[in-house]
Write a protein that binds this ligand. Structure first.
Ligand SMILES: [Zn+2]
Length: 580
């Protein structure tokens, strides 16, 4: 099922969050938790896997925030980088490195990408007409200019795109432009400026062939990617700003411009891999194995808005380098909306509505495994889904606590109490015992299959399913009755139960690290966490016996239930806008 493809190692990336705001649960459900579950699964299997993430720190929104707050862009990115790195850590998102595009090393990586593309004839210069403020004496890229959308008439449209209707247009088509700079009351004028363009049409055939080679990708990703490839145009990759990577050419108009953020951001994955190699191995060339060896399998986890960059533009930039691998899978997720209890409708998370839930707030008010369980259970894989407090309590309490937690707890409690704190031996197995034991490898393999196919909701359902089967078995064997009359029978039943407990422990580890590690301690099993160098196979160890005589500790409740009043309290805080 796995490793048939001949890949020797897996490089996993999660979209770099923009260091201009706090990450929220909507982000997590899309690009981060699925990636982390996948990486933890690969590590547990003993596969060689490297997980790279970091902050995206250049671009106009950051300089605008700095301008409006009266601080430097550096202060803005330092604040959000530190906060988001900490939020990921507390949610158990287990990056091997969480880097920064403001690192000096990133200038080198980005400039080398740019120069290779320039040498290959994939970058050219064009003259454009851009808005310019006479009062501030500067060009007004992107959101520095606001005005009326030429398509729908929305009066607060950005310089090159409209948030309301989604239209993209040339800056000069904006109607009634005004500078979006505090204190600037002048009327912007059009001025000529020469910029650098990435010649995307030159990659059309190669991009199409690459996409054609991946029929297994999700339809949402392929639909958007083909839409772009069928209508490729040169894209401007520079801006009139001083916040970004300098353009590495000796031209008079290069000094006042920088490389545009969407060009440098995905290159951050490369920079961060380079930095990881230096930090971890002291080897400045270690990264090349992960980016240039065809035995490496690269997988990007992203949200829907990032699909064009990861399924079209960045692959084109990699093709233009000549010696880089391309992604083998681009896992694009839809959006997580928020269920509004007042209106009974799902709505988009937005800052102005104040309805988003920051990771920082969530980890302070909910158990880690409850957050991870629910966000995986409702992951927006093929369509939008929505976060709903009642549903969170219902799913977590009713599935994880009542099915898996309850089975583990009653099995271990009864075993510890009746068999001197050790796994009892199995005597004669009957048909029910054999069926239960046979279900373990079947179910563990089924979960693995779902994970290999990036179907995380299905994988979690299959985990719960193993718990359901185990509860049915437990109820049918009635060890609480047989223990009064038939010790051998009771021992056999609980022996079988201990095998399922062990399987659940290993199989839940990628999803629910806290619960899995607590359980591993109780039953004395090892959950190896290999990494880039691989390690022992702790996934298939789920199918190996927990031998009779293995000592067991007194079990604790792994997944404490969420209290209804507490959930109501949290939902009300959320409604008051206090969850961000
Ligand atoms: Zn519009």
């Amino acid at each position: 099922m796995t490793n048939e493809s001949g890949f020797k190692r897996t490089l996993v990336t999660s979209a770099l969050p923009y260091a201009n705001g706090y990450i929220h649960l909507g982000h997590i459900a899309g690009a981060y938790l699925p990636a982390d579950i996948y990486v933890r699964y690969k590590r547990l299997r003993g596969d060689r896997v490297l997980y790279v993430g970091g902050s995206d720190e250049y671009g106009v929104p950051i300089t605008l925030t700095a301008l409006k707050e009266g601080v430097s862009p550096r202060e803005v990115i330092d604040r959000y980088h530190a906060a988001n790195e900490e939020a990921f850590r507390r949610l158990g998102i287990s990056y091997d490195i969480y880097g920064r595009t403001s690192w000096d090393l990133h200038i080198d990586t980005t400039q080398s990408f740019f120069l290779r593309l320039l040498d290959g004839g994939y970058i050219h210069q064009e003259e454009m007409e851009l808005w310019y403020s006479p009062q501030s004496d500067k060009y007004l890229p992107d959101r520095y200019v606001k005005g009326t959308c030429p398509k729908c008439g929305y009066e607060d449209a950005n310089g090159d795109e409209c948030e309301r209707c989604g239209a993209q247009y040339a800056a000069k088509d904006l109607v009634q432009p005004r500078a979006n700079i505090p204190g600037d009351t002048s009327t912007p004028i059009l001025r000529k400026s020469r910029h650098w363009f990435l010649d995307l049409p030159k990659f059309a055939d190669r991009l199409r062939a690459w996409l054609d080679g991946h029929p297994e990708w999700r339809t949402n990703v392929k639909g958007i990617a083909y839409g772009w490839v069928n209508d490729l145009r040169p894209r401007c990759i520079t801006r009139d700003t001083d916040w970004g990577v300098p353009i590495p050419v000796d031209a008079p108009d290069a000094a006042s411009k920088r490389i545009y953020v969407w060009f440098d951001a995905p290159i951050g994955y490369v920079t961060n891999t380079r930095q990881w190699g230096v930090d971890r191995l002291g080897d400045p060339h270690a990264w090349e194995l992960w980016w240039k060896d065809s035995a490496t399998r690269m997988i990007h986890f992203i949200g829907k808005d990032n699909i064009p960059f990861h399924a079209v533009i960045f692959p084109a930039m990699l093709m233009g380098q000549g010696d880089y691998i391309l992604a083998d899978h681009v896992v694009g997720n839809e959006y997580l909306n928020i269920f509004n209890r007042q209106t009974g409708q799902a709505e988009k998370g937005s800052k102005s509505r104040g309805n988003m839930i920051s990771v920082k707030w969530a980890v302070e008010h909910l158990p880690l495994d409850a957050i991870r369980y629910y966000l995986c259970a409702i992951a927006p894989e093929s369509k939008d889904s929505s976060f709903d407090w009642d549903d969170l309590m219902f799913r977590y309490n009713g599935e994880l606590c009542d099915v898996v937690g309850n089975f583990v707890h009653r099995s271990l409690t009864m075993t510890v109490k009746n068999f001197d704190g050790a796994v009892p031996p199995a005597k004669a197995l009957d048909a029910e015992d054999s069926t239960m034991l046979a279900a373990i490898p079947e179910q563990v393999d089924a979960i693995a299959e779902s994970l290999e196919n990036f179907r995380f909701r299905q994988a979690l359902e299959r985990l719960i399913d193993l718990g359901r089967k185990a509860n049915v078995y437990f109820d049918a064997k009635q060890p609480w009755v047989t223990r009064k009359t038939d010790t051998a029978r009771t021992g056999t039943t609980l022996h079988v139960c201990c095998q399922v407990v062990k399987a659940l422990c290993h199989a839940m580890a990628p999803f629910l690290p806290d619960g899995a590690h607590a359980l591993a301690e109780i039953i004395g099993t090892a959950l190896p966490e290999g990494g880039p160098d691989g390690g022992p196979d702790g996934w298939n160890a789920a199918k190996e016996a927990l031998p009779a005589g293995s000592p067991l500790q007194t079990p604790q409740v792994l997944f404490p239930k969420l209290d209804k009043d507490r959930i109501t309290e949290l939902a009300e805080m959320h409604e008051r806008g206090e969850a961000f």
